[in-house]
Structure formats: structure tokens, C-alpha cells
Design a protein around this ligand. Structure first.
Ligand SMILES: [Zn+2]
Length: 205
């Protein structure tokens, strides 16, 4: 955790990772993650900062919050229990809850098409983490034809990521959290990070 971030994504990534680390990782593991610098917060300071960032996130509507969690929370968590039956990692419950929220939101957008949760999960995850995957690949991975993939991608991306004409729900959520974190002094003011400021105002323009 840091005292201040150049932009919201960095703050969200750290905060969403921090909260789950407390239970899942040994204190040594946390210590070994990086070389602390003057601006690096550790221990209770880091936990307090993660709490401040989460408090801003909690001001958003459930859907907006869920979109940001999918974009920036770790998908899986490491498990250090050492049990022989343990796979060493498990799905992050917070990311999973967020995915359910977004799946429920997109379902009516594609109501006339055959429901395909695996496909929608893949499309939502790819869209929010800016991951490129071809329609052919998605079709194979989810066991559907390319026309189904194209229809689901069009409906989901238009709503979450937007079109040339209209900003998507993820853009609105990103702009809102950037403003909240800036007002709270967690994200540095424009000038300290001109690129970050451009990012935040892009979809307001
Ligand atoms: Zn385990």
C-alpha cells in the first residue's frame, strides 16, 4: 500500500489485494513482496489505507462497484495452508460475488439468446480486464458458435465498455471512483499525474 497513488487503478489493485491477504498469506509472504520505500505503508498503516480506499469504493452503486472489483481484484487467491489436498489457490469470493452481480445485470440484455453463463463470464472478464480473445477462441472455449459469441459480445460490450457515441457503465464507474479517491487525497491531484487526469476526464468529455 502507498500513501498516494497516481491513479485509481493502482489504488484499487492494492486495496483489493490487501484485504484478502490478511487471512490468506503469512506475514513473511507480505514482507517478501517488495522492497519497502519511504512511501510504502506496512502493517496497520497499510490496512488503514486499504480501508480508506474501500470506503470510497463502497459509496458506488452495487453494479459500478462490482465492475471495478472484477477489473482490479485478484481472480484467485493463494493458499498457504500446505494441506496435501489443497490446490494452492482458490477463487477470490469477492471477485466471484462481483461476477454474479454483473451476470444478473447483463442477462436481460441478451434475454432472447440462449443463456450461456460460461460465455458471459468470459466476455465480462475479458472486457473489464482489457483482455483480447478472438471470437473463434471464445466459441471453442465455451462450446458455442461464433454468431452466438458475436451477439453476446456486442450486447455486453456496448453496455459495459460503451460505443463511440456513448460511454459504458465501466467508464462511468472508473470516472466516479477516480473523483472520489482524488477528493479523499488518495489519488494525487492533476499535475502530479497528467496522464491519470486525462484518463479520468476521457469519458466525461
Ligand atoms: Zn490450502
Amino acid at each position: 500500500m502507498r500513501e498516494q497513488y497516481p491513479n485509481a487503478p493502482g489504488a484499487l489493485r492494492d486495496a483489493l489485494r490487501h484485504a484478502v491477504e490478511r487471512g490468506g498469506m503469512s506475514s513473511l509472504g507480505v514482507l517478501h513482496q517488495g522492497v519497502p520505500s519511504a512511501s510504502t505503508l506496512t502493517g496497520t498503516d497499510a490496512t488503514f489505507q486499504a480501508g480508506r480506499i474501500r470506503a470510497q469504493l463502497d459509496k458506488l452503486q452495487p453494479l459500478a462497484r462490482a465492475l471495478l472489483v472484477i477489473a482490479y481484484a485478484p481472480r484467485t487467491l493463494k493458499c498457504t495452508c500446505g494441506a496435501r489436498c489443497c490446490a494452492g489457490s482458490y477463487p477470490n469470493p469477492e471477485a466471484e460475488n462481483a461476477m454474479r452481480e454483473v451476470l444478473a445485470h447483463v442477462a436481460p440484455l441478451i434475454a432472447r439468446r440462449a443463456a450461456n453463463e460460461a460465455l458471459d463470464r468470459a466476455i465480462i472478464g475479458n472486457a473489464l480486464t482489457r483482455t483480447r480473445e478472438t471470437a473463434v477462441n471464445l466459441a471453442q472455449r465455451c462450446g458455442v458458435n461464433r454468431h452466438t459469441v458475436a451477439a453476446h459480445v456486442a450486447a455486453i460490450e456496448a453496455d459495459l465498455i460503451g460505443t463511440r457515441q456513448v460511454a459504458g457503465k465501466f467508464d462511468h464507474a472508473s470516472a466516479r471512483i477516480e473523483t472520489l479517491l482524488r477528493d479523499a487525497g488518495i489519488v494525487a491531484d492533476a499535475g502530479a499525474g497528467a496522464a491519470a487526469a486525462n484518463d479520468a476526464t476521457r469519458c466525461a468529455a
